[in-house]
Design a protein around this ligand. Structure first.
Ligand code: GAR
Length: 218
């Protein structure tokens, strides 16, 4: 794949905000964890002032687990099927995040819909990355759907998680062309390159807003 494809990011990328002490984040991920890895890399380089307090995954074999183990980030596997009710499953996640004193919850490939019960515990403190230009192509097969629909442009979005799925207020988006030779694999790779750019900047933006509100309350 040609890595030098054209894209547009909005708002334009600027410097990361400084956080002292570092912004405490919890990551929810169900998959490979390439976005999670990017956050690890930026944090280790000292480029992004975050402390990844905990990874929560709902899959025993998720790739993100190995990435957490490698750098000794605490992780917890929490599976919905181990709980009689969805609320209890979410309560376990909520308690894990609270016990790790997380300020911002980052859904980086979290493939479970969260209920208002969960969202209300972390109002305006949960962000999600999605592989489409929302509100187009919500749901779990966004990349495939964009190709099948013959879209010419797609991308990725980071948004606050609000009650309606994939509909919260947008923080950042990146767009690129879908070429005639693209397939799910090539397009996914290109979109992920853009995701790795916009997720850290969206964390910086959301973190700044959380810290500012915190200051205002004093
Ligand atoms: C990302 O492409 C993200 O946009 C998508 O899962 C992938 C996770 O990749 N999320 C969704 O589809 C949420 N609806 P990663 O595990 O390599 O970070």
């Amino acid at each position: 794949m040609n890595k030098s494809f054209k894209y547009i990011i909005s708002p334009e990328i600027s410097e990361f905000r400084k956080f002292s002490p570092k912004l405490k984040i919890g990551v929810l991920a169900s998959g490979k964890g390439t976005n999670f890895q990017e956050l690890i890399n930026l944090s280790e380089k000292g480029a992004l002032d975050i402390e990844i307090k905990v990874l929560v995954t709902n899959k025993d074999d998720a790739g993100c687990i190995k990435r957490a183990e490698k750098v000794q980030i605490p992780f917890k596997i929490i599976k919905d099927k181990d709980f009689p009710q969805k609320e209890l499953f979410e309560l376990e996640i909520i308690n894990t995040l609270i016990n790790h004193e997380v300020e911002l919850v980052v859904m980086a490939g979290w493939m479970k819909i969260v209920t208002p019960f969960f969202i209300n515990k972390f109002k305006k403190k949960i962000i999600n990355i999605h592989p489409s230009l929302l509100p187009a192509y919500k749901g779990g097969s966004a990349i495939k759907d964009s190709i099948l629909n013959g879209s010419k442009i797609t991308g990725c979005s980071v948004h606050y998680v609000e009650e309606e799925v994939d509909s919260g207020s947008l923080i950042m988006q990146a767009a690129l062309s879908i070429l005639s030779e693209d397939n799910i694999e090539t397009l996914s790779k290109k979109i992920q390159i853009l995701e790795h750019k916009i997720l850290p900047h969206s964390i910086s933006h959301a973190g700044f807003s959380i810290r500012s509100n915190f200051m205002e309350s004093y």
